[in-house]
Design a protein around this ligand. Structure first.
Ligand SMILES: *[C@@H]1O[C@H](CO)[C@@H](O)[C@H](O)[C@H]1NC(C)=O
Ligand SMILES: *[C@@H]1O[C@H](CO)[C@@H](O)[C@H](O)[C@H]1NC(C)=O
Ligand SMILES: *[C@@H]1O[C@H](CO)[C@@H](O)[C@H](O)[C@H]1NC(C)=O
Ligand SMILES: *[C@@H]1O[C@H](CO)[C@@H](O)[C@H](O)[C@H]1NC(C)=O
Ligand SMILES: *[C@@H]1O[C@H](CO)[C@@H](O)[C@H](O)[C@H]1NC(C)=O
Length: 504
């Protein structure tokens, strides 16, 4: 949308802002690391998240938002490009030996915004590369700072936001604050507790975060999601996670307060979401609803009509790049990454939902790796109440990642399974490891995704429709896995999918 085509309700606001010489329109993207629905805004009545709740009262609250991949770097790359992992190249985690990167030719959001003379900043966890694809004008990330400081120390984060705003020029800005909370840390900094919930709490050896008022939760009080075993170990794990979410929540309040102080809050679109599912069984690395559904708050100072309302419309984190480009009136360029096939964004701008409820019903996800050893390609579609997951290499056991493995919840599951004791989980470890090739769930009848109806003749029409929608999206997004697992893709020949006769 061009500035001269702005809908009438925006014109007085822009005029007022121009009068004061303030930047016209900015974006603040707040990202939680492995966060879920643990907030008052999403009806968790135990955790105390006053800052997220206050933001939700100034936001449209999405009830059906999904990540395009349930893994950190791939999700961040798809948020920042609008392209799924199989199209932008970030197949798995970016750091160390995993070493995944996006393709050099990808035109990311920060790149496009920079070219459009919008100032870009990142504070916190970056976890994507290469630098040339994801350039930021202002950057305090794990690449040149301690991730604990820039991602979990909310006093430090507050000071960095202030520094960014103090050096702000007349350009509009895009500021991306990527918390490292509430990620687990039992595998990397176990001295701070399984969720780094003790980092900076003022106890001996923990250091102090001056702006943080730690909250403590009793394991008996936490709300256990249906996909997590209701056991003391998992409850203690969740209680620690709540404390860490409380730190992030207070960080959200500090960041918003900095924008308010700088006089830019009411010219800034604020988005809050998370990269992937929570780090519990069935959460992160899974393409079930439990691993892909994300909180999503969209707060526009220019659209107060739906503040505090809950939207049922299906949103994807692939929609964030088109939404932010729309907000800044920056067009998506015509280009290709490989060959002559033009790159098309398959997401949509979410801004129309700020005015009225939208009929959006579909979201896609695509996963290849988490850690480099965790190859388990999956494609999924959510359409209305149905979710179809295609497990391409379903004959191999589902892989487990390092920090999840050592988590108290998973260790307890392993121990109990080995000892033949009840796990109070909604599936067995065997079922978790060994999946059907196609999994279809009717979430309206089966919100816990317990009954795979892919082979049920009553769902044959739904199954075929979702399968063909998913396949079309794979072709549209240049998915190299589009013929797998029972055929080979011959890119330059026709027909392109050549059968393997491999008994699948
Ligand atoms: C929270 O619960 C209320 C009352 O049941 C419901 O109207 C609302 O949609 C829920 N909010 C979310 C975000 O699910
Ligand atoms: C990190 O890099 C940015 C530029 O990308 C620079 O402005 C900042 O000073 C660096 N911070 C540290 C702690 O080196
Ligand atoms: C958090 O950051 C502040 C400001 O840089 C610093 O004074 C404090 O020691 C830090 N806390 C921890 C636990 O590192
Ligand atoms: C923005 O906020 C400031 C201070 O809170 C207020 O004076 C101003 O009128 C607001 N502008 C708009 C357009 O709402
Ligand atoms: C699981 O068993 C191991 C080995 O017996 C033990 O060290 C560990 O504490 C147990 N963990 C949990 C969470 O029960």
């Amino acid at each position: 949308m061009r500035p001269w085509a702005l809908p009438p309700p925006l014109l007085p606001l822009l005029a007022a802002l121009q009068l004061h010489g303030a930047p016209q329109r900015n974006v603040l993207l707040l990202l939680a690391d492995d966060g879920g629905f643990e907030s008052g805004a999403y009806n968790n009545s135990v955790i105390r998240t006053p800052n997220l709740d206050a933001l939700a009262r100034r936001s449209l609250v999405f009830q059906n938002a999904f990540t395009a991949v349930s893994s950190c770097s791939p999700s961040r790359a798809s948020i920042l490009t609008g392209l799924p992992q199989h199209q932008n190249g970030m197949y798995g985690l970016h750091q160390d030996v995993h070493h995944f990167n996006s393709f050099d030719g990808v035109r990311s959001l920060p790149l496009l915004l920079r070219q459009a003379h919008i100032r870009t900043g990142i504070i916190g966890k970056k976890h994507v590369g290469p630098e040339a694809v994801y350039p930021f004008d202002f950057a305090y990330t794990e690449e040149n700072s301690s991730v604990l400081q820039v991602g979990r120390n909310i006093t430090r984060i507050k000071m960095l936001v202030r520094k960014f705003l103090q050096s702000q020029d007349e350009r509009p800005f895009f500021l991306y604050v990527a918390f490292h909370d509430p990620h687990r840390c039992g595998h990397s900094q176990p001295q701070y507790g399984p969720f780094c919930e003790r980092f900076g709490n003022g106890e001996s050896g923990m250091g102090w975060i001056p702006d943080w008022r730690p909250q403590r939760y009793s394991p008996g009080d936490v709300q256990v999601p249906h996909f997590v075993p209701d056991m003391p170990a998992a409850r203690a794990d969740l209680a620690a996670q709540y404390t860490t979410i409380g730190r992030m929540d207070q960080g959200v309040g500090l960041v918003l307060q900095e924008l308010r102080r700088a006089g830019v809050l009411n010219s800034t679109l604020v988005i809050y979401t998370s990269d992937n599912g929570i780090p519990f069984p069935g959460g992160r690395t899974n393409l079930y609803r439990s691993g892909t559904a994300e909180p999503l708050l969209l707060s526009s100072p220019a659209h107060t009509g739906r503040w505090g309302q809950v939207s049922q419309a299906v949103a994807s984190l692939l929609d964030l790049t088109p939404t932010i480009l729309d907000w800044f009136s920056v067009p998506y360029p015509t280009y290709s990454i490989f060959g002559r096939k033009e790159v098309q964004l398959t997401g949509k701008s979410l801004l129309p939902a700020l005015e009225r409820e939208q009929p959006w019903a579909t979201a896609f996800s695509s996963q290849s790796h988490h850690e480099v050893t965790m190859y388990y390609p999956m494609r999924a579609i959510q359409h209305q109440q149905f979710r179809l997951v295609h497990n391409l290499n379903y004959r191999m056991p589902f892989p487990i990642d390092q920090d999840f493995y050592v988590s108290p919840t998973f260790q307890d599951l392993l121990n109990r399974t080995r000892a033949g004791q009840p796990t109070h989980w909604d599936k067995t470890l065997h079922e978790y490891y060994y999946r059907q090739r196609w999994e279809l769930f009717d979430c309206s009848r089966d919100p816990g995704e317990r009954h795979n109806v892919a082979a049920d003749p009553r769902y044959a029409v739904v199954f075929e429709r979702l399968r063909s929608q998913l396949l079309k999206w794979q072709w549209d997004t240049g998915d190299p896995w589009v013929c797998a697992p029972d055929a080979v893709l011959e890119e330059k020949l026709s027909p392109q999918c050549r059968p393997l006769h491999n008994e699948l």
